[in-house]
Design a protein around this ligand. Structure first.
Ligand SMILES: Cc1ncc(COP(=O)(O)O)c(C=O)c1O
Length: 375
């Protein structure tokens, strides 16, 4: 059997990782400023994470959601404290798209409404509702077209006011920092205005923190830079440091009903253990502060590079926009300099390193980038 060929691949086979570094099958070492697409939060193969998961899998890997799972309760308590949402509830699923799918369902159950407002260039996943609120017609199949969605320009509060005025929208879904769309940050005033509009019109505000959350922005959640509290928050990627898992943080205004949501694998014992290990390491190693500190340094240093048109970001979620396409530059970084980076569109390099990136590793990237651009 062949693999279904949907990914344009780099010709590199990564077989091992440690901290912010990975190695290929030929023993070549790479600096990882991509974090496997913002997934690696505490670093590759962290000893505490390896130890906790190894012990858990040797004890109990999985049992179903039909019995009590003390690890889920522990995770909810720890996560609530860590992110400042102790009064919210947690529902655990398996992927980012699934978290958004459930958030949209919950908003629709709650309001009895069907319409959704999302933003231009947004990415929320590839399942039916999540892909429909993603602004990319190429990945929306006819079967996904059912939901009535309006895409608005980011940071246009008047457009949002108009779209919500009829009080027939169930949810507004917005990324705390737009990732796939090119690292665009909603302004604090816009998020605050949107929060008020949603409250006034009975619309559920969903913050997609799948890429920008879990410490990446230098606060636990990116929307916390604006001081707002959404009704639903979705998390994935960094929550398990590579163990597939995701979740919804649900405000007390939603009342659970048996059977309204459900999943086989979500919140299983191994996943919860991975997530608990991540919270341990984030706290012990002060990774959120590190993301803020190293991220600020990286952005300031990149702003000094004249070939870069614009540097956008918060913490360790950074976009470097160039005048020209960056395909060749990324290939040079990878194949000559052995540095992994991400991309948005054609002209933006996206940096999403593990949150344990050191100043030395960041400055290694900056000097390498300068060297390539001056050559
Ligand atoms: C903001 C955002 N939402 C949702 C998703 C979908 O997550 P997953 O691929 O785990 O379904 C992604 C993935 O890149 C994302 O960046």
């Amino acid at each position: 059997m062949n693999l279904f060929d949907v990914y344009p691949l780099f010709d590199v086979n990564i077989v091992r990782g440690k901290g912010c570094h990975v190695w290929d099958d030929k023993g070549q070492e790479y600096l990882d400023l991509y974090g496997g697409h913002a997934v690696i939060s505490i670093g590759h193969a962290h000893p505490h994470y390896v130890d906790m998961i190894s012990k858990q899998v040797a004890t109990l890997g999985f049992y179903s959601n039909s019995v009590r799972n003390g690890l889920q309760v522990q995770l909810a308590e720890r996560l609530g404290k860590a992110c400042g949402y102790e009064d919210y509830s947690l529902f655990l699923v398996n992927s980012g798209a699934e978290a958004n799918e459930n958030a949209l369902k919950l908003a629709s159950f709650h309001t009895g409404r069907k319409k959704v407002v999302a933003f231009r260039k947004a990415f929320h996943g590839r399942t039916s509702a999540a892909v429909r609120v993603t602004d990319n017609p190429k990945i929306v199949a006819p079967v996904n077209e059912g939901i009535d969605v309006t895409f608005l320009p980011l940071n246009d509060l008047e457009a949002a006011r108009e779209a919500l005025s009829a009080k027939d929208v169930c949810a507004v879904i917005i990324e705390g920092i737009m990732g796939v769309g090119g690292i665009h940050i909603p302004t604090p005033e816009f998020l605050q205005g949107l929060r008020n509009l949603c409250s006034e019109t009975g619309t559920v505000l969903i913050l997609d923190e799948i890429q920008c959350g879990y410490g990446r922005s230098g606060k636990f959640f990116a929307h916390q830079h604006a001081g707002i509290r959404p009704d639903l928050i979705t998390v994935a990627k960094g929550i398990g440091n590579g163990f597939p898992m995701s979740g919804l943080l649900i405000s007390p205004m939603f009342k659970p009903v048996y059977g309204m949501l459900g999943t086989t694998f979500g919140g299983n014992h191994l996943a919860c253990t991975a997530a608990l290990a991540v919270l341990d390491v984030m706290e012990q190693e002060h990774l959120i502060d590190n993301a803020a500190k190293v991220g600020n340094y990286l952005m300031e240093a990149c702003r000094e590079i004249p070939q870069i048109k614009e540097v956008r970001g918060l913490g360790l979620m950074i976009g470097l926009e160039f005048e020209q396409p960056i395909k060749e530059l990324r290939q040079q970084l990878l194949y000559q300099e052995h540095i992994f980076t991400g991309v948005s569109g054609t002209n933006v390099i996206r940096l999403l390193p593990p949150l344990c990136l050191t100043m030395n590793e960041a400055s290694q990237f900056v000097s390498t980038l300068k060297k390539i651009l001056q050559a």
